[in-house]
Ligand binder design. Structure first.
Ligand code: ADP
Length: 499
């Protein structure tokens, strides 16, 4: 069986090594400050002697922690690529085999090779597969795992301080790792890689777009804001699917629309179709439909860039302009509303959502107009108002509590920002006896907006019912589908300023 084991590992060996890795840090986007930490690891290779002379201990292992698809593997490769060293990789689940002893000898063989080809990076994917706390798993599988883990510990210790073989491992569960693994000299450096934020997503899309024939006016920000919660792997996929879209249509450039469509496909793929009772579906649908229906009534919830980058929305835009005469022009581009309504649950997310984004830049620069802030508050109160209208005061749900909170804090901001008539121009808001006054004024604003939300919903009962029915059936609506229903059933009227 010794020979068999050796044959088994020898067969695998070529898969470990990757020479001349050409991944660079510039291929990994949206990292922010994490990049500095990784640059330091590169320096352990390139300036190892300097570190040693100064008595700096070079870590044996670095643990990249984070959810799947955020780019941990890519980063480990980039470290090897930037340092110009060899890259050995293996998934820890490959260590764990049914034959006792195979895992341990694979680990030994891997490190043997890495040493012979030093300097090198050893990358162990899914470390938790082998690094779970020992003794937790019963039976022979557990024994095998323990043997493998012990071997890994021996190998890590063997390289301590040398700095010419550095192990990088990835895991989504640093909390369940065997304590021995994270002791000093082993995986004593943890780097957390979170899911990318808005700007991060935009940068990742741009990195992947570099290798593709993109139209010049692609609006990456629009795509980034439609992909909340997605990770690099999914964003990379969106660019690929968009390219397929383009080819299928016989075009030569990828447009914003290709990307948005691909994003929707990706989104649907991610949907976690948990079982829910029909009543729950309906309630969530009412909640989300209410926000969308109220929002679509506001002229300033769409911005001109959005309309330009999405040609199919132009007609809606023009329709809006006509409807509200030219008043819209001063308000456009203050808030915008990307139209996608869904009630399908997703892992770790609220029950459903209407994708509606503040224009972040304007918002932080304090350039939101008074009216758009009020509209925003009204939209946030729509779910609560819908609950009252559709289910009655007697059986209010709590689905809307989050949006109601948003409304409350926005109302406070409104008063504090001096946007209300009463406090306009006041400079000393923070004086203690003003606080109550501010709160009561905020409450007043919430109440006025609440009534307004209710009024809009009552005027649009037909539209609401249609959107709810569609949502319950399809679980999500695209912008075209939603606006189709608006055209059919909406009774939109220009809203007079409420306060
Ligand atoms: P993980 O190891 O965290 O599961 P990967 O590194 O395997 O994730 O990511 C899979 C693919 O997704 C990468 O090869 C790359 O194409 C893309 N990707 C993930 N994160 C990023 C990122 N931050 N920047 C650019 N591309 C990324």
């Amino acid at each position: 069986s010794g020979a068999r084991v050796r044959r088994a590992q020898n067969k695998r060996l070529p898969q470990y090594l990757e020479r001349g890795v050409d991944v660079k840090f510039s291929d990994v986007a949206g990292l922010g400050k994490i990049r500095l930490e990784l640059e330091e690891i590169v320096k352990f290779f390139t300036h190892g002697e300097m570190y040693r002379r100064r008595g700096v201990r070079i870590p044996g292992g670095i643990l990249l922690c984070g959810p799947p698809g955020v780019g941990k593997t890519l980063l480990a490769k980039a470290v090897a690529g930037e340092a110009g060293v060899n890259f050995f990789s293996i998934s820890a689940s490959q260590f764990v085999e049914i034959y006792v002893g195979v895992g341990a000898s694979r680990v030994r063989a891997l490190y043997q090779e890495a040493k012979e080809n030093a300097p090198s990076v050893v990358f162990i994917d899914e470390l938790d597969a082998v690094g779970r706390e020992r003794g937790l798993i019963k039976g022979s599988g557990g024994q095998e795992r323990d043997a493998t883990l012990n071997q890994l510990l021996v190998c890590l210790d063997g390289f301590e301080g040398r700095g010419n073989v550095i192990t990088i491992a990835s895991t989504n569960r640093p909390d369940i790792l065997d304590p021995a693994l994270v002791r000093p000299g082993r995986f004593d450096r943890k780097i957390f890689i979170p899911k990318p934020g808005l700007i991060g997503r935009m940068e990742i899309l741009q990195v992947h777009a570099r290798k593709k024939p993109m139209a010049e006016d692609v609006d990456y920000m629009a795509v980034a804001s439609m992909t909340d919660g997605m990770v690099g792997a999914e964003l990379a996929n969106i660019v690929e699917v968009a390219a397929i879209n383009m080819i299928r249509d016989g075009r030569t450039e990828i447009t914003t629309d290709d990307l948005l469509q691909a994003a929707q496909i990706e989104e649907r793929g991610m949907l976690d179709r948990k079982e829910r009772s029909p009543e729950t579906w309906k309630q969530v649908a009412i909640n989300e439909a209410a926000m969308a229906v109220v929002a679509v009534n506001f002229p300033d919830l769409r911005n001109i860039e959005f309309a330009i980058s999405l040609p199919d929305l132009k007609s809606v835009m023009i329709w809006q302009l006509v409807r509200n005469s030219l008043k819209t022009l001063e308000l456009v581009s203050e808030l915008w509303f990307t139209v996608m309504v869904t009630i399908a649950p997703r892992a770790g997310r609220e029950l459903g959502y209407v994708r509606m984004k503040m224009d972040h830049i304007k918002f932080t620069e304090g350039m939101l107009s008074r009216q758009s802030l009020l509209d925003h508050i009204t939209v946030q109160l729509a779910p609560r108002a819908a609950d009252e209208l559709w289910f009655g005061e007697g059986q209010l749900s709590t689905i809307w509590s989050e949006t109601a909170d948003n409304a409350r804090s926005a109302a406070r901001m409104f008063v504090l920002g001096g946007l209300s008539e009463k406090h306009h121009g006041l400079s000393n808001f923070w004086v203690a006896d003003r606080i109550n006054e501010i709160d009561s004024e905020a409450l007043q604003i919430v109440n006025i907006c609440y009534e307004r939300a209710k009024e809009i919903l009552q005027q649009n009962r037909k539209l609401m019912d249609a959107v709810v029915d569609e949502l319950v059936e399809k679980k999500s609506l695209t912008k075209q589908e939603f606006f189709g229903l608006v055209e059919l059933h909406g009774s939109l009227q220009p809203m007079p300023p409420s306060i």
